[in-house]
Design a protein around this ligand. Structure first.
Ligand SMILES: NC(=O)c1ccc[n+]([C@@H]2O[C@H](COP(=O)([O-])OP(=O)(O)OC[C@H]3O[C@@H](n4cnc5c(N)ncnc54)[C@H](OP(=O)(O)O)[C@@H]3O)[C@@H](O)[C@H]2O)c1
Length: 246
């Protein structure tokens, strides 16, 4: 019960890693608020976890500001913020359009940054922030340039926010998943392609399989908890050895 009576907000808490984290936080006594775009999956997550839910596109900072304010009004100061929303997308350098680049960056970097900025005044001193990055920010994966650049930018954001909030004793850390079996690589893909992707991604992980959402979520809970009280500004690779064992 590491989060008993703590107010925990998960941006992107209705699918994949965020939903897995919501289940774990709820099981440890958190008072939860979840955001996402999909009202249906949010409602299902609320039914399961008892969370307060708000529909908001993190790509639109005005929406983030509105829902974060509503959440803090309803629940009080935020103890833990898990800034997890993100979108994927592959295109080789030659095929990257401005629109494609902007779509990825609007959510993964710009949207995440402004959500952090807006959440900070609503947070309790001594709280914790965990941000979801990606090992893509440091791995040279062809086709991943737009996503990798956004997540690398987010890594820099985490360092600087962490430094700026030192006086408030708010710790700010990042988790960077390796290939994890969630909706992100399956959305709108036919079954055969999903199977091929899963096989290809399992192959690149030294331990021989993709991660499960819960395995990544557990790392987020650790960094958000008092167990990580001396850990600040780090990027924790949750990747089955992808970065260090290749
Ligand atoms: N799975 C991997 O292999 C992997 C690897 C490295 C990093 N990551 C990162 O892990 C995080 C979680 O991804 P996942 O794998 O769990 O994928 P997922 O199952 O697709 O979940 C993505 C989450 O982000 C939310 N989201 C996406 N765009 C949003 C927007 N514009 N506004 C608000 N919410 C938005 C989604 O809500 P809706 O469904 O309502 O849009 C959902 O809750 C992301 O930041 C991703 O970049 C994943």
């Amino acid at each position: 019960m590491r989060f008993e009576d703590k107010v925990v907000v998960i941006l992107g808490g209705n699918a994949g890693i965020g939903l897995a984290a919501a289940r774990l936080f709820a099981a440890e006594g958190a008072r939860l608020a979840l955001t996402g775009r999909n009202a249906q999956t949010l409602a299902a997550a609320a039914a399961e976890t008892g969370a307060l839910i708000r529909v908001a596109d993190i790509g639109d900072p005005a929406q983030s500001a509105a829902v974060l304010g509503e959440i803090a009004d309803a629940m009080g100061p935020i103890d833990v913020l898990f800034c997890n929303a993100g979108v994927g997308g592959f295109a080789p350098v030659a095929d990257v359009t401005e629109a494609f680049w902007d779509t990825i960056h609007a959510v993964n970097l710009r949207g995440a940054f402004f959500a952090l900025q807006q959440a900070l005044p609503l947070m309790r001193d001594g709280g914790a922030i965990v941000v979801t990055g990606s090992i893509g920010s440091v791995a040279a994966v062809p086709g991943n340039v737009a996503y990798a650049a956004a997540k690398a930018g987010l890594r820099a954001v985490v360092r600087i926010v962490a430094k700026e909030v030192l006086a408030r004793r708010i710790r700010v850390n990042m988790i960077s998943p390796g290939p994890t079996d969630t909706e992100i690589f399956k959305r709108d893909a036919p079954e055969a392609r999903i199977a091929a992707m899963r096989a290809m991604l399992s192959d690149v992980v030294p331990i021989g399989r993709m991660g499960e959402a819960g395995e990544v979520a557990r790392a987020a809970l650790f960094l958000a908890s008092a167990e990580a009280s001396f850990i600040n500004g780090v990027d924790l690779y949750v990747d089955g050895g992808c970065l260090e064992l290749r």
